[in-house]
Design a protein around this ligand. Structure first.
Ligand code: NZQ
Ligand code: ZN
Length: 385
């Protein structure tokens, strides 16, 4: 097992009717900006719960954060914070709203007014951020309990991530009941996103991290169990609760402790979203299968372990068990209705070259061994035509 440091200051309020807790948690006498997306929180009643719990505070609103949040929109919100003398931000929404909020609270104090530098330097020069909390409405990204954020610049079709220890939410409220209003597509995206977060921190090479591996396998198994049931039993609270907590645990840093990490599927997926505006989860179910196919030799031991412990695959030669495990992963994505090929989302071989070129321009070598260069990226995407 590798050495590691682990730090996570986000306080979680989990369960039914926890939005009420805002009344106790939020600092009194503050000017609070509620940041949200396209309006789902108005129709499903989340906003009115938040407003009720914040009675007696001075509350402002910034709406219109897009899925795959735009840099250009975030900058407008930074101005709003300044114009209104805001000193606390409450993100109410999915990963996009929370990610946008992390960027906004960091940009607020950022010295260089070219805020895009935050993304180009992975947040290295962030010295201060406004405190913020979240009310999560979509289990997927883990953003509610981590310090990462992903922002898209429409002008240049770039989607980049940054991290900063100053960008952990102070608290996050996770009431699984708020996920009942999610469209099926977003439930699927969330399950795929969580699944692939775990895979990025697990399906690498063996460092005898028993505890990390078994944490990961338990999350994968839970996702499969709940994924097979959530669409059949749409009012089941416990399925929603398990999916929500699984998503948070999938990317709050815990399962990464002591293990190598991959993240190639995400990096390639972000480019697919940047160029072709695909949902994050959709890019992942397509790319992961390509990564497993093209990298199966490097990932052999872990694929075999995953086959046994997650999919109960014990029969056959090593090669056969590897193929069966990849097939089982793809079948699970298909079962929950997530695409696994580019043609399913209307893309063909012409879509591949801009992504390969960007990898070449950035000179990126992805994966746990840094062996996924632009040529491997091409192979991975060609595998998914
Ligand atoms: O905008 P509204 O109207 O709220 O609708 C949203 C949006 O259209 C809707 N929605 C959210 N909660 C709902 C709901 N609709 C009905 N009922 C609810 N309870 O769902 C749509 C998608 O929301 P979005 O926030 O975009 O989805 P998600 O949570 O999947 O976030 C995706 C973003 O997170 C980034 C992705 O790249 C992408 O930009 N990621 C962030 C990470 C992080 N910070 O650690 C890691 C991830 O790997 C990922 O990259
Ligand atoms: Zn993700």
């Amino acid at each position: 097992m590798y050495n590691f440091q682990y730090y996570n200051p986000t306080k979680i309020f989990f369960g039914k009717d926890q939005i009420k807790e805002l009344d106790n948690i939020l600092p009194k006498g503050k000017r609070i900006m509620i940041v949200y997306g396209g309006g789902s929180i108005k129709t499903n009643g989340v906003l009115s719960q938040v407003e009720e719990a914040l009675k007696g505070n001075e509350v402002f609103f910034f709406s219109g954060i897009e899925p795959n949040p735009h840099y250009e929109t975030c900058i407008k919100c930074v101005e709003e914070l300044k114009n209104n003398g805001i000193d606390f931000v409450l993100a109410v929404g999915g990963g996009s709203v929370i990610d946008a909020t992390k960027f906004i609270v960091a940009a607020f104090y950022y010295e260089n007014k070219n805020y895009w530098e935050i993304l180009e330097t992975n947040g290295k020069y962030i010295k201060k951020a406004m405190p913020f909390g979240t009310v999560l409405t979509l289990p997927a990204t883990g953003s509610e309990m981590n310090s990462g954020s992903v922002i898209t610049k429409k002008e240049t079709l770039e989607k980049r991530a940054f991290h900063s220890q100053l960008c952990f939410p102070q608290f996050s409220i996770l009431d699984p009941q708020v996920t009942f209003s999610l469209p099926d597509k977003q439930i699927t995206n969330g399950i795929v996103d969580t699944f692939v977060h775990v895979i990025e921190q697990y399906l690498t090479y063996n460092v005898d991290n028993q505890i990390g591996d078994r944490f990961s396998e338990s999350i994968l198994s839970t996702l499969i169990y709940c994924g097979e049931r959530v669409f059949l039993d749409k009012t089941n609270y416990d399925i929603r609760a398990n999916l929500m907590w699984a998503a948070t645990l999938g990317l709050n840093g815990l399962i990464a402790c002591g293990s190598p990490e991959d993240w190639a599927t995400h990096m390639i997926g972000h480019e697919l979203t940047a160029f072709y505006n695909l949902d994050h989860g959709v890019t992942l179910s397509i790319v992961l299968i390509g990564v497993m196919n093209i990298m199966k030799e490097e990932k052999k031991d872990k694929i075999l372990q995953m086959g046994e412990r997650v999919f109960n695959i014990y029969e056959g030669t090593i090669q056969e068990r590897i193929e069966k495990t990849i097939y089982a992963t793809e079948s699970f994505f298909k079962q929950i209705n997530s695409p696994t090929r580019l043609c399913e989302v209307g893309l063909d071989e012409k879509a591949i070259e801009p992504i390969v070129k960007r990898m070449l321009d950035r000179n990126w070598s992805l994966g746990e061994n840094g062996t996924i260069n632009y040529e491997k990226v091409r192979l991975i995407l060609e595998d998914r035509l």
